[in-house]
Design a binder for this molecule. Structure first.
Ligand SMILES: Cc1cc2nc3c(=O)[nH]c(=O)nc-3n(C[C@H](O)[C@H](O)[C@H](O)COP(=O)(O)OP(=O)(O)OC[C@H]3O[C@@H](n4cnc5c(N)ncnc54)[C@H](O)[C@@H]3O)c2cc1C
Ligand code: SF4
Length: 542
């Protein structure tokens, strides 16, 4: 069943060339789109299946639906004929509409999600469907799926981002000299970008006041979506707003992005991050726009190479790499679980006040309140805990997909299952795990103790009920006990990795029953975890 939003008294055009628009295709410059109203029409789809597929965060549902409806309004204002259809699912919506309207050709940018891609590709057996690859300088991805696969085929063994990234830099001519050599003599300045951000005052984020359309969608999302605070909602929902954010980030936060990329601060949830994954993943910005903006600022002498390179590496390196890996490893990636982790998702992922681990409570509260937390909290607070506690990668991945405003399967799945929980070693060489010392250091607290007193509001460890310097007993930080227990449990498997070998060697330094006591502390903590309430998840829906 589907309904059509066009009125019966408006002349129905001759549907010669129709572009199907999915929620993340909000860019009329994509190859699938007509360039003038005379050239073709648009078929914009929303589906009930997608709305109910996962327990979406209310701001996520508001964002995606509001951005799509703004796009409909903008295209109509530009003179295009837009059919806006709400269907049960994408395939039946397209099939029903096409059987009534008999378009001569249908154009679609390759869908970004594996299940939707499979179903819509299959439609080409019955409909005049033309699929447009998404990959190239003007696209939402810079490297096509085929090109990534071709690159992967040249790699022996594991795939590595640091081998892929220079190729993309060279191909795009970004931060390279005339001979294709990296600016500054090295490809990555990651080692210089690890400072804590004690005392740093991040510039404010220019949030947007919701307009009437967004307010209507927000009210609806509040009823339909089960989780997350609906407001304040300030995410960009149009291309113009996305560009305002890009300019603001480049002017005010990018200059210090590099050094504080890996920092964690209790009182500064966004730090100097761009938040641009949100408009980028909807198609409101192109990755090349972000990368060129950073490069140009560097070339004007207004930005350090470390910050320019650090930001560009995220956008053209990590983002493209994760997307490539997703298409290479699906559908098996969903169930990748090489460490055999079986613990269900704890309830505090949905109700963060139920955990007394201060850093974890702050990170998950940020997600509940805004649908966002930055990379290091995702990786080294949430996923670090999930890996150490042996949570099932699939369950953690579903939580990320539902809960983050920038999450779509193509990007959250490889990040959570591969990078975050080491469910596969196909593209990460070792687990990203650390004990409380790492969290303290990145929060700007001193190596031992919880000082300095002046920074207490900045570092979670300074205000936690647990002692970050203890490994054993009821007051010991659970990250510590879980960390050593994890290394001990997976010792044999991890010993194959050179970088892990030294850490594993530390296990032998524990005397007498120390390791036993550490394991008992970890077990006591794990026994306190309540399983998550049951939510319906249907990852294939849409
Ligand atoms: C467990 C986990 C889950 C993640 N889930 C998502 C997700 O659902 N959606 C998402 O877009 N990113 C995800 N990431 C990657 C990264 O954390 C986010 O892109 C970033 O935090 C978004 O915030 P930002 O725009 O402020 O990023 P910034 O720190 O400003 O970085 C700039 C841009 O680089 C890109 N980027 C950086 N790292 C990655 C990466 N590892 N993978 C893909 N793109 C990257 C993003 O587009 C981001 O906007 C995840 C990372 C981890 C460790
Ligand atoms: S002491 Fe441990 S649990 Fe508490 S904030 Fe620090 S790292 Fe997190």
């Amino acid at each position: 069943m589907s309904w059509c939003s066009c009125y019966f008294d408006t002349p129905v055009p001759d549907f010669s060339r129709v572009t199907i628009v999915l929620p993340w295709d909000l860019d009329p410059t994509l190859a699938a789109f007509p360039k003038t109203p005379a050239e073709g029409q648009l078929l914009v789809l929303e589906t009930r299946a997608k709305v109910h597929a996962l327990p979406w965060h209310r701001q996520k549902l508001t964002l995606v639906v509001s951005a799509l409806r703004h796009f409909v309004d903008e295209r109509r204002a530009a003179g295009f004929h837009v059919e806006h259809v709400v269907a049960d699912d994408y395939a039946s919506g397209i099939r029903d509409w096409a059987s009534r309207m008999k378009p001569r050709s249908l154009h679609l940018t390759e869908p970004r999600e594996w299940a939707i891609d499979r179903r819509l590709r299959a439609l080409s057996n019955e409909l005049p469907l033309v699929l447009h690859p998404d990959g190239g300088e003007g696209g939402h991805f810079l490297i096509s799926r085929d090109d990534f696969r071709a690159w992967a085929n040249t790699q022996r063994g594991q795939l590595r981002m640091d081998r892929f990234y220079p190729e993309v830099r060279r191909r795009l001519g970004l931060l390279v000299d005339a001979k294709g050599r990296p600016e500054g003599g090295q490809w990555s300045f990651d080692a210089e970008n690890r400072e804590h951000a004690r005392g740093v005052k991040p510039p404010p984020i220019p949030w947007f006041e919701p307009d009437a359309l967004t307010t209507r969608v927000k009210r609806w999302a509040q009823l339909v979506a089960p989780w997350g605070k609906a407001e304040p909602f300030g995410w960009p929902v149009t291309r113009a707003q996305a560009l305002t954010w890009l300019d603001d980030f480049v002017a005010h936060r990018l200059p210090n992005f590099g050094p504080y990329e890996d920092a964690i601060r209790s009182d500064a949830p966004f730090l100097l991050h761009s938040l641009l994954s949100v408009p980028l993943n909807l198609g409101l910005l192109k990755p090349i726009e972000l990368a060129r903006a950073a490069e140009e600022k560097f070339r004007r002498g207004e930005l350090s190479l470390a910050s320019a390179e650090g930001f560009i590496r995220q956008v053209i390196g990590w983002r493209e790499f994760m997307r490539g890996v997703y298409w290479l490893l699906m559908p098996g990636l969903r169930d990748a679980n090489q460490l055999g982790a079986q613990r269900p998702l704890p309830r505090f992922f949905w109700e963060p006040e139920r955990t007394d681990l201060q850093c974890l409570r702050e990170a998950i509260s940020a997600v509940r309140d805004t649908g966002y937390t930055h990379h290091i909290r995702r990786l080294m607070i949430i996923c670090n805990y999930a890996t150490l506690a042996g949570l099932t990668p699939h369950a953690v991945s579903q939580w990320f997909w539902a809960g983050f405003v920038d999450a779509y399967e193509w990007v959250e799945l490889p990040n959570v299952v591969g990078m975050g929980l080491f469910g596969t070693d196909a593209f990460t060489s070792k687990p990203y795990v650390g004990a409380a010392a790492y969290i303290k250091r990145q929060s700007g607290l001193s190596a031992r103790g919880r000082g300095p007193a002046a920074a207490r509001h900045e570092g979670a460890c300074a205000r936690c009920r647990y002692d970050p310097d203890e490994r054993v007993g009821p007051n010991a930080c659970p990250y510590n006990a879980l960390y050593w227990t994890f290394l001990d449990t997976h010792r044999e498997r991890l010993a194959g990795n050179l970088r892990m070998r030294q850490l594993l060697g530390n296990l032998d330094r524990f005397e007498g029953d120390q390791l036993k006591a550490i394991r008992a502390t970890a077990e006591t903590h794990l026994a306190t975890l309540e399983p998550s309430p049951h939510w319906a998840f249907d990852e294939d829906a849409g």
